[in-house]
Design a protein around this ligand. Structure first.
Ligand code: PMP
Length: 802
């Protein structure tokens, strides 16, 4: 494409005034308005009325002005309420006229009503979502009205037609700075990859085409800043192009100067979609088109600057556009796509998004919960009330991406504590594996299938040598339940030793085995077959940091239980513990503790079960499995939660001897356990863990993070302890450091304040005073620092307040 080469000398104000008088009979004062090629003036008459007088560049053809006039007339006729400029006819009743300026050039002139207001560029950031949605709505309404408009000039070759964005490649050398040049080139390549292949799926229609922040006007922004009247001016870039380019251009410019571009773009898109719904391909194109528009804009500026070095209009958005392109380069386009999909309002919950019709066409009602209050009320009446809900202000999450969760308004929250999405919420590789296998086959394990075999092979190769036989189930509870059966079958004994405050699952036996439950509200107390050992907590427990032989001292209690049981002829089948207890308060055992315990347990003929449901799979950074950090090898290991990155899967892995005892004639079968889809999820998780070296990331980022938190601990007495490793950390809040008195109320306050600030954390421990930090392993240094600085801000405010 050849960019407009010529520039014309500006028409002087006096000449504009003369022409306005000749053609329109107006006695007016002219004031110059900005414009890239044409001369634009505001005409002020003595009676205080204003109009916009356009004296077009000499190269402009009649059809160009005719198109704009007719489009504005079409809008005035079919959508009269839209606050777009109106065409004012000449004294002879023409839409436009051809005249000669003082410099002797022939030009087209036309007159429009003046729309007062501030430009979007002049409004303060962050711009409210309501305002941005109004911009999107206006454009959606303009474009739906223009669906019935046609004019031959809309199909002209225009540089702002994003379907032709790759013209900008030829002009990249105009950008002097090599880093900037490659940034623009990067987004043109993204366009090539993402837009070209789906070109035939992107609808084309007549669009306004130039919703940049200087063309969007907001009237009375002072009196009603959230609900201003939004209008657009300058229809000179109207063309037939990708419909989705319309909101993409608006979104691209609305993000200039904004810290959270996705939030801003989402609001514009949501407004547009409410009047002109876009399809999935268009939503996939949205971010690449936003970026392409800014890339085209900076290339255009660089080229025009070479041509007209002192024209401020040319570079009006340039600095902000570069800054925004840099921000865009930090956004994964797939994240943007995932995020924008939720602007399609019926896409929030896939299960509720289907047409309200039976196969025979008859209608049936589907309840939708439009507001948070409705969802909450329905939850209370439809679900058991003892299903708790997090935060004083409950969160309705509709989308996840890596370390972020998004609520129903599109707000992003940094997820610092959900340990199930190990490699990140909705990791595309895991999602693709699940989707592909689900489309192929999902069935039970009574047939040969390679997924389960590959997964068993991969998982056993990550475990130490005696742990070689796998059983697959669907949840941590099922896995612990099965581990219990294995231990009992192998030892022909019943009783189990468990640590105080532990939680191992929600089945009847596991509630009996979880002091956190049976000693808590509604609990029925300890059953005779359960033996509780004190938890080896060196911060708040029986023996504390600084004392010698902590591991041995705590382990001695287990030895005592074993001796007593032996004396009373209770057979202990197993000792079960999380290798780093999480529910009990992100506890790290003293060195040597489990080695000593396992020694006692084994010499009493019992088995050692490691519940790795929370800490396995590299979370600790230093070790892949929690038990490795204690230098032990369990007889049975229980895996769950993160194993399928939120797809239900759990496993029990044991030794061939224990497996042989369990093979006693009774079949073991779990309908869903180890199904091809679950194993595909598990395999994809291991692939991502390895290929992205996420255990190393946990070690590195977690290390910095602990140091940041320790600095906060030095400053704020409320922080009694910072403990853990990698991305398994706990911040123990105390009201009195000397006695480690738990600061339960403050912990709850902080977690709720963090939520207000967009950071999701939770509490754990018997006193609910330990902030648990267990983010997805893709968490970055800046994510960790954001958590630390937000926590610091809240501590500075004084979290002791109610
Ligand atoms: N073990 C531990 C250590 C757990 O934390 C949990 C769940 N919080 C379970 C077992 C039970 O897992 P699920 O909820 O998947 O049944």
């Amino acid at each position: 494409m050849l960019l407009e080469p010529s520039t014309a000398s500006p028409v002087p104000l006096a000449d504009a005034e003369r022409l306005a008088s000749d053609a329109y009979g107006l006695t007016a004062t002219a004031r110059r308005l900005p414009g890239e090629y044409d001369d634009n003036f505001q005409l002020l008459t003595l009676d205080g009325r204003s109009s916009v007088f356009k004296i077009m560049h000499p190269s402009r053809e009649d059809s160009f002005v005719d198109m704009q006039c007719k489009a504005l007339l079409h809008l005035a006729g079919d959508a009269a309420h839209l606050p777009v400029p109106r065409v004012i006819p000449t004294a002879q009743g023409e839409r436009f006229a051809r005249i000669r300026t003082l410099d002797g050039t022939e030009r087209l002139i036309w007159l429009l009503s003046f729309i007062p207001g501030a430009t979007l560029a002049e409004t303060q950031t962050p711009r409210p979502a309501e305002l941005l949605e109004s911009v999107g709505r206006l454009l959606g309404e303009i474009d739906s009205t223009l669906l019935t408009f046609c004019h031959p000039a809309t199909t002209r070759d225009i540089k702002w037609d994003l379907s032709r964005a790759l013209w900008a490649r030829d002009y990249l050398p105009c950008i002097a700075d090599p880093a900037r040049r490659s940034l623009a080139a990067h987004f043109l390549s993204l366009f090539e990859q993402e837009i070209l292949p789906r070109t035939s799926h992107l609808r084309r229609s007549v669009i306004y085409g130039d919703a940049n922040d200087h063309n969007i006007l907001l009237s009375s922004p002072g009196s009603a800043p959230h609900r201003p009247v939004v209008s657009v001016i300058d229809f000179g870039d109207m063309h037939t192009g990708f419909t989705v380019a319309e909101p993409a251009v608006a979104a691209a410019y609305a993000t200039l100067g904004e810290r959270d571009p996705l939030r801003v773009a989402y609001a514009v898109l949501a407004g547009y979609q409410s009047l002109f719904p876009l399809n999935h391909n268009e939503l996939a194109a949205f971010f690449p088109l936003m970026a392409a528009r800014l890339a085209v804009s900076v290339v255009n500026s660089a080229h025009r600057q070479a041509l007209v070095s002192d024209d401020p209009y040319v570079v009006v958005s340039e600095a902000a556009a570069w800054a925004t392109l840099e921000r865009f380069s930090l956004i994964d386009p797939r994240q943007a796509h995932s995020f924008f999909r939720s602007a399609a309002t019926d896409d929030f919950c896939i299960g509720t998004s289907h047409p309200e019709r039976r196969d025979d066409g008859s209608a049936f009602a589907i309840r939708r919960y439009e507001t948070l209050a409705e969802s909450l009320a329905a939850r209370k009446s439809l679900l058991g009330k003892n299903l708790s809900i997090s935060y004083d202000q409950p969160l309705k999450v509709v989308r996840g991406w890596m370390q972020y969760l998004y609520d129903d308004t599109g707000r992003a929250f940094l997820d610092v504590y959900n340990n199930v999405p190990l490699v990140g919420h909705c990791h595309p590789r895991v999602v693709a594996a699940i989707q592909q296998q689900l489309a192929l086959l999902n069935t039970n394990t009574r047939y040969l299938h390679d997924n389960i075999l590959c997964y068993a092979d991969r998982i056993t190769s990550l475990l130490p040598s005696p742990l070689r036989v796998c059983y697959f189930v669907n949840s941590g509870s099922e896995a612990n339940e099965l581990a219990l059966r294995l231990a009992r079958t192998h030892t022909h004994r019943e009783d189990v030793i468990v640590l105080d405050h532990a939680y191992h699952g929600h089945t009847s036996s596991l509630i009996d085995l979880s002091p956190y439950k049976f000693n808590g509200p509604g609990g029925q107390g300890k059953k005779p077959w359960v033996h509780v050992a004190p938890i080896a907590d060196d911060f708040r427990g029986l023996y504390r940091r600084g004392e010698p032989d902590l591991g041995k001292k705590y382990a001695h209690h287990v030895a005592e239980i074993l001796e007593n049981a032996n004396r009373q002829e209770h057979g202990i089948a197993a000792f079960i513990a999380e290798t780093l207890p999480s529910v009990a308060g992100q506890i790290v055992f003293p060195q040597g503790y489990l080695a000593e315990v396992y020694k006692h347990v084994r010499s009493a003929g019992a088995l050692c079960i490691a519940d790795e449901v929370q800490v396995g799979f590299g979370r600790l950074g230093s070790h892949f499995w929690g038990f490795e950090s204690q230098g032990v090898v369990p007889d049975i290991v229980v895996l769950g939660k993160p194993i399928g990155n939120a797809f239900p899967l759990a496993a029990v892995v044991t030794t061939p001897e224990i497996a042989a005892s369990f093979n006693n004639g009774m079949e073991f079968f779990s309908t869903f356990g180890g199904n091809p889809v679950a194993c595909a999820a598990g395999l994809a998780v291991l692939d991502v863990l390895e290929s992205s070296r996420l255990q190393e990331n946990a070690l590195r980022v977690g290390g910095h993070w602990v140091r940041e938190l320790q600095l906060l601990q030095e400053k704020y007495p409320l922080i009694g302890d910072v403990r853990g490793s990698g991305f398994f950390l706990g911040i123990d809040l105390v009201t009195n450091r000397e006695h480690s008195d738990p600061a339960k109320r403050q912990a709850s306050y902080i977690v709720n304040r963090l939520r207000q600030e967009g950071v999701l954390a939770g509490t754990d421990g018997p006193h609910h005073n330990v902030l648990k930090l267990r983010p997805p392993l893709i968490f970055t240094d800046s994510n960790a620092s954001l958590f630390s600085s937000t926590l610091s801000k809240i501590l500075e405010e004084g979290p002791a307040q109610p």
